[in-house]
Design a protein around this ligand. Structure first.
Ligand code: ACO
Length: 322
């Protein structure tokens, strides 16, 4: 049987840091409120001229280096992003050009904060069917560009960044199962209401920015992530105690703690970056993975559960042997 194995990880964060204290000067908020309600203390923000593809390239090059691969080895590029540089070409094509890799399939996936889980799941199918052997999968976002910096309910939550993995065909177990879901009935709870098809004017008057009914999103997120943990364990005939590491989407420390509690997992086995990165949407899971691989916490052969929840609503999980 052919498996998809992660052979290298990479992350990239813009140098510019925005602390909670910096935000106190922009909107009516406090460091204490943000830390208590979300667990966030700072986030990285892309500077003018620094776009999603720049962050994606940084993460991709580090993942290639970690895997001991050259860009010419890649036969599939998928970028998960909700904040592409252009309407078209896709960010994946822009990244392909940067890497000087010509001819292989390259496309974007848009599933907001679940984007990387969707993208890695698609790459897994390509590899399992023999359509690809060495895929570059990136989650990259400049969410700061779709934030209303006068709305304290949203602007304190997000940050910019990118994470990437190289996934290769292998006889050894890697990805064990992937689980993807969506329910568009919830579109109004979390969205950017304007868009290209409605005409450029639809992006004016605040309609080009994230709006969120945070409290309602919170409740659905906690319940949904609890259910997907059960679904994933059942599909693999595994017990909660079989999971070595939980790598959750980094939206809010309270949502992460609720999922860890559901797994009866000590927070020592949960990778948390929300304090330092904020919510980087599609980049948060691969960034968290990269941090814990590089600092030596996650080791080869361990069992990892990745999960995410985001706008759409979309949600999903991946269980894998690292
Ligand atoms: N600073 C100070 N006060 C604030 C701030 C702020 N930044 N933001 C809101 N408040 C106030 C509100 O106005 C409200 O005041 P009131 O009681 O006088 O009306 C009070 O704080 C409580 O507001 P709530 O919205 O009820 O606060 P809550 O505890 O729910 O926390 C939060 C808000 C952090 C947004 C939380 O609901 C959350 O994390 N939601 C889920 C976010 C998420 O998971 N999103 C999905 C992924 S994102 C994606 O897909 C793009």
């Amino acid at each position: 049987m052919t498996y998809s194995r992660i052979t290298g990880t990479g992350g990239y964060l813009p140098d510019k840091i925005l602390t909670n204290h910096d935000l106190e000067k922009i909107v009516d908020t406090s460091d204490q409120w943000i830390r208590e309600r979300t667990g966030i203390s700072k986030r990285h923000i892309a500077v003018d001229g620094q776009n999603t593809v720049d962050l994606a390239e940084g993460a991709a090059r580090r993942a290639l280096e970690a895997a001991g691969r050259d860009a010419q080895d890649i036969d599939l590029i998928i970028v998960a992003t909700t904040t592409p540089d252009r309407v078209f070409p896709s960010t994946a094509c822009l990244l392909q050009k940067r890497l000087d890799r010509h001819g292989c399939a390259a496309f974007d996936i848009q599933a907001v904060c679940t984007g990387f889980v969707y993208a890695l799941s698609v790459a897994d199918k390509f590899i399992k069917t023999g359509a690809a052997k060495c895929a570059l999968v990136v989650g990259a976002e400049t969410l700061s560009r779709v934030l209303d910096w006068t709305d304290r309910g949203t602007c304190v939550l997000f940050g910019d960044g990118a994470g990437a993995v190289i996934v290769e065909a292998s006889d050894e177990p890697g990805i064990l199962s992937t689980h993807l879901h969506a329910d568009g009935a919830y579109e109004s709870l979390l969205m950017v209401s304007g868009g290209i098809s409605q005409g450029y004017d639809s992006l004016k008057d605040g309609n080009g920015y994230v709006t969120m009914k945070g409290n309602e999103v919170f409740k659905v997120a906690v319940n949904t992530l609890g259910r997907i943990v059960d679904e994933t364990l059942e599909a693999n005939n595994m017990q909660k105690s079989d999971i070595d590491w939980l790598i959750p989407h980094q939206a809010n420390i309270r949502i992460i703690q609720a999922t860890a509690k559901k797994l009866k997992m000590s927070m020592d086995h949960v990778v948390v970056t929300v304090d330092e990165h904020g919510n980087t949407s599609g980049a948060s899971v691969p960034l968290a993975l990269d941090v814990a691989v590089r600092d030596g916490r996650i080791k080869r052969g361990e069992t990892l559960l990745m999960e995410a929840f985001g706008g759409g609503f979309t949600w999903g999980s991946i269980l894998l042997k690292f």
